[in-house]
Design a protein around this ligand. Structure first.
Ligand code: ZN
Length: 406
């Protein structure tokens, strides 16, 4: 009997070792196949495919090994850099008649990537995001909030299906150090083959209970979502999941999707939908008025001349150009946006939310933040007093409240 026990132990170890190599091999094969599919359209060489696949296999294997060993599955846990923060409010650079000085909640913020993925694999989404704790630090983002008196933000975290553990790993630490400042939304990758399928999304939600308060942004004008309708069956499934987990669903519709949007609003009365983007301007007011579960954030468009779209395009690319164009047109941008949005907001004061649509590294720079803050507060100051706080933060608070109560 005594001899049997060591034999069993040795056999178990052998099986584990063989299993590990078989597992490792199949992860590699699956990854290679996926990478090939994802990069197909971009004429990537076999050498590059191999390199990308190797990278992902390495990350994935480390992730799984850590999970098997029962250690920390969080790649970045405990590793938030301490950032020195000068919280002195910035000097205003322009004059405006009345200026809102109260709290703000940013309802549209793209968080830097919490994972690393080779650029070629992300080309489809056309989204050159900085890497968190490498190019932009969580501390920098919170510092910008403190300086600009932003109490919190709906923060969109991209979670690719192949890197779920790594992408989500650092979130508990951000929450621990900066409690309630960044409200996590689970954002699909917008790359075919990396987007979370409904069951995978639910798996992420179940294994991180209560962490996410929203799903999105889902941007139907770009990457893998281009050409898909908001009422596509796979998305109908996502809205059901959002209903079960009390999530806000954040959508940027493409042109001509009004019918599909109305359909999902009607079919999911228990889900709050937050929209944004100019593609729905012709009908946003109608939707907002007709459906109690429809909300809209006015964000990057506040920093733009809506009929020209010149400045929004620069907000999407170069800092120096943005700063100079923006400063040169400050008064005009403010005036045009007041004309467009003030009547709409005052007609439905409970339905519009403020945001910044920050996402690139330089969007978090203090000089850029100062400009975004100043035009936003000048704009809000022009709304009638009952609408100001609702637009600035109360509607966002109310939406958040709904994720707790349902
Ligand atoms: Zn966005």
């Amino acid at each position: 009997m005594k001899k049997i026990i060591p034999i069993i132990i040795v056999s178990v170890i052998l099986v584990l070792i063989v299993g590990y190599f078989v597992f490792d091999y199949s992860v590699k094969k699956i990854t290679e196949r996926e990478v090939k599919r994802i990069t197909q359209t971009d004429r990537v060489t076999q050498g590059e495919i191999d390199r990308i696949a190797d990278d992902i296999v390495k990350q994935r294997t480390e992730e799984i090994t850590r999970q098997i060993l029962g250690g920390e599955s969080e790649t970045g846990a405990g590793k938030l850099k301490e950032v020195e923060c000068d919280k002195t409010p910035t000097q205003r650079q322009f004059s405006s008649d009345s200026y809102y000085t109260g709290p703000l909640i940013d309802a549209h913020l793209h968080m830097p990537f919490t994972f690393e993925v080779p650029k070629a694999i992300y080309a489809e989404a056309d989204w050159d995001a900085p890497i968190l704790e490498k190019e932009v630090f969580a501390g920098d983002i919170i510092c910008a909030f403190d300086k600009e008196k932003i109490s919190s933000a709906f923060g969109f975290y991209v979670v690719p299906n192949l890197l779920k553990g790594q992408a989500v790993g650092i979130l508990p630490e951000i929450e621990r150090q900066h409690k309630g400042r960044i409200i996590p939304f689970l954002m699909p990758a917008h790359v075919s083959g990396l987007d979370l399928k409904p069951n995978e999304a639910e798996e992420v939600l179940n294994s991180n209970k209560g962490m996410f308060k929203g799903f999105g942004e889902i941007a139907f004008y770009k990457g893998s979502f281009k050409g898909i309708r908001p009422d596509d069956p796979s998305l109908l499934e996502i809205y059901k999941i959002a209903g079960r987990h009390n999530l806000i669903v954040m959508i940027h519709p493409d042109n001509n999707q009004k019918q599909a949007i109305e359909k999902i609003l009607k079919e999911n009365p228990n889900v709050k939908f937050l929209f944004h983007g100019e593609n729905m301007w012709p009908w946003v007011d109608e939707i907002i008025g007709a459906y109690p579960n429809a909300y809209y954030s006015i964000d990057a468009n506040l920093f733009d001349l809506p009929n020209e779209h010149t400045i929004a395009n620069i907000y999407d690319s170069e800092k120096e150009e943005f700063v100079s164009e923006f400063k040169g047109s400050f008064g005009r941008i403010l005036q045009v946006n007041i004309e467009i949005w003030k009547p709409r907001i005052e007609k439905h004061p409970d339905k519009y939310l403020w945001g910044t649509d920050r996402g690139y590294g330089w969007h978090f720079d203090a000089d850029v933040g100062a400009l975004l803050e100043e035009i936003s507060r000048s704009f809000i100051g022009q709304l009638n007093p009952e609408a100001q706080e609702k637009f600035a933060y109360k509607n966002a608070e109310m939406l958040l409240e709904s994720t707790r109560n349902q």
